[in-house]
Design a binder for this molecule. Sequence first.
Ligand code: PMP
Length: 323
Amino acid sequence: IDWVEELGWHNAVLGPREPISLDPAAAVLHYAQEIFEGLKAYKLADGTMALFRPEKNAKRFNESARRLAMPALPEDAFVEAVRVLSLADRDWFPEVEGGSLYLRPFMFASEPFLGVRPAKQYKFLVIASPAGNYFKSGAPAVSIWVSRDYTRAAPGGTGAAKCGGNYAASLVPQAEAIERGHDQVVFLDAAEKKWIEELGGMNLFFVFDDGTMITPPLGGTILPGITRDSLLMLAREEGLTVREERYSLEQWRDDATSGKLVETFACGTAAVVTPVGRVAGHDGEFTIGSGGPGQMTSRLREKLVAIQRGTAPDPHDWVMRLD
Ligand code: PMP
């Protein structure tokens, strides 16, 4: 779908994936006016294709658009584009257990213009890609590296938006984590380098021995994850006390060492819920619980996956059936 000032959104087409041509002066290539979303089409137990809370992705997309001075896309147009593509690509659906179709809606500034101001032409596209099951039987625990030298988002910056630039800035710290033998990087806040924020592509939860849970609050420097939001609701329904509260690296280490903190998990669309077993940084490392997947992590993961796959009731109408 295209956008120009005079017409707004127009020219919606469904077609085969092919290269697109851009003027070398297209604003996106110079000033990074680009945003995206990530969601999955699932097959329910009865074979129906379904999306999980796509209207939340549509809302977040428009919040990202606002931060990047881009035009809003009506939520129903976003959901319809994702729906139409999922159905058109149903033959690409991977026939492996737990497989899905990963959907990538994105928007960028296509106007050829070299001045620094919001562009007056945009393109919105959705592409799809088959995705296998991240983890067939429960997720293995990952090891994460605390970045001291890099932060992901500063107050007032673009941290809460899903824009390409945030991910470009995460590449070096993520590579550093891998080089040091870890799976993921965890970012601290920019101001004090003290508070835990999130991983490169997942939000974090901390589980304590008294059954309470904490997740860092959304203060503009963390991506408002849709998995995070869903787990907050599910955990509260399970009777857990969940607080959106700042949690420091120091406290994390002390609580893990004393046994007060029993589990930590990361969550996001790609892997749903992933246990964190080990945390390392320039000041040493510590293990969480037994270093393997914890009980609450597995329970919440199973509960969410069951709703997504249509094997458990869906009291909040999170699942949108496509056919
Ligand atoms: N944080 C970041 C930085 C991410 O890229 C993602 C993935 N979109 C998440 C958190 C998790 O968000 P969601 O649950 O909506 O996939």
